[in-house]
Design a protein around this ligand. Structure first.
Ligand SMILES: Nc1ncnc2c1ncn2[C@@H]1O[C@H](COP(=O)(O)OP(=O)(O)O)[C@@H](O)[C@H]1O
Ligand SMILES: [Mg+2]
Length: 369
């Protein structure tokens, strides 16, 4: 029903003068109000209406009420037959508005019933975000399948490399040096073993799609990652500063997966500082327990930082600004961290540069430890 509007010649109802209407509205189990068709002033309202809308500026006038309710339909004041779905900004609840016209003792009234549909809207929203997440995960899964094929091909040569390196190490050891060669061989073996671990975990990930979580020490994880990137950092004359709070609790995590995340973030940080003069390069890995009791790891660089526009796309798969970039590093990081019930985040670093970080739940109180 279209509310009768400005019908000329009818007696104007003054707000609150109609006890019969008020009593009638009180019997309706939804927020209800009657406005004068002529002028739009509030004539009567039930308790539900007052509870829902009294906190909203303009709740006592039809046009001002409609203006205060956000509905994405700016000139929607022509209320038509379909109920309109609106958001009440003061309470952030959603309502479907139904209008009806009534004539009470010669006064033309527009009757409003507001049905709270917040639960439905929320269900729709969470369904949508679940859908998006599923889509995202399935896309990553196809990347995973691709990786699994690669992993299969790489597994053999990597195992062979580790064997050759072990053999060489034994030979150097028997010959008594030189120590530089020994160190280089150990570093090479660490790299190859890490590659093999990543690859075998990729295969497992695709097979089981279930990370293996345990109580893990972040100091160990961080040291492994720093060791893996030591050469790259040295090449750029970049010192990796470690600032892990003492006594950091163990996290409930899959070690290789979290290493992978941290490795990606530190690599990105190093890459972000390639073009920065050496004396300005600075990389710091922070670890602390945040206010929510989660363990939070932050990788801080002094690179160019990111524009707001880039920031918005960061975590989408295949977003890259590098000529040799794949743009799946951060997307995979996010997927892994979400598996761990954590959060991957980005923020600008004070004094220039970026902070990429993630949270992980502490291991304490978790099942298998
Ligand atoms: N520390 C950082 N500083 C500035 N930009 C970054 C940083 N980390 C990531 N980015 C931006 O995010 C993009 C996506 O990163 P990523 O998913 O790791 O893919 P890739 O490194 O292959 O480009 C990068 O191309 C870069 O533009
Ligand atoms: Mg990257």
């Amino acid at each position: 029903m279209t509310p009768a509007r400005g019908a000329g010649g009818r007696r104007k109802a003054a707000a609150g003068d109609n006890a019969a209407v008020a009593a009638m509205l009180e019997a309706i189990p939804f927020p209800c109000a009657a406005f004068a068709s002529d002028g739009g002033g509030l004539v009567a309202a039930n308790d539900g209406y007052r509870k829902a809308f009294a906190g909203l500026d303009g709740h006592d006038h039809r046009a001002r009420l409609l203006a205060a309710l956000a509905d994405g339909d700016p000139d929607g004041s022509d209320a038509d037959a379909a109920p309109r779905e609106v958001n009440a900004p003061h309470s952030n609840r959603w309502y479907a508005l139904h209008w009806g016209a009534a004539d009470v003792e010669g006064t033309a009234l527009d009757l409003l019933t507001a049905v709270d549909i917040s639960a439905r809207i929320e269900a729709l929203d969470s369904h949508k975000s679940r859908q998006e997440k599923l889509l995202f995960t399935s896309r990553l899964m196809s990347v995973g399948e691709m990786a699994a094929t690669l992993a299969h091909e790489l597994n053999q040569p990597l195992a062979a490399i580790v064997n050759y390196l072990n053999g060489s190490l034994r030979l150097v050891d028997q010959a008594g040096g030189p120590v530089q060669v020994e160190r280089a061989l150990i570093a090479a073996r660490t790299q190859a073993e890490h590659a093999a671990a990543v690859i075998s975990r990729v295969r497992e990930f695709v097979r089981a799609r279930e990370p293996r979580r345990d109580a893990r020490d972040l100091v160990e994880i961080t040291n492994t990652v720093v060791e893996l990137l030591r050469l790259e950092a040295e090449r750029l004359q970049l010192r990796i500063e470690l600032a892990l709070a003492p006594g950091l609790p163990a996290v409930y995590a899959d070690r290789v997966m979290v290493e992978q995340v941290l490795l990606n973030l530190v690599k990105n940080a190093i890459e972000a500082m390639r073009e920065i003069p050496a004396q300005h390069r600075g990389l710091r890995i922070e670890g602390r327990v945040n206010l929510d009791g989660e363990v939070e790891v932050r990788v801080c660089d002094r690179g160019e930082g990111l524009s707001e526009e880039q920031g918005a796309q960061l975590f989408s798969p295949f977003f890259t600004t590098k000529s040799d970039g794949l743009g799946i590093g951060l997307a995979i990081c996010r997927s892994i961290i979400e598996y761990h019930e954590g959060r991957l985040f980005f923020e600008p670093r004070e004094g220039g540069g970026s902070v990429f970080g993630f949270t992980l739940p502490p291991a304490e109180g978790r099942g298998q430890q």
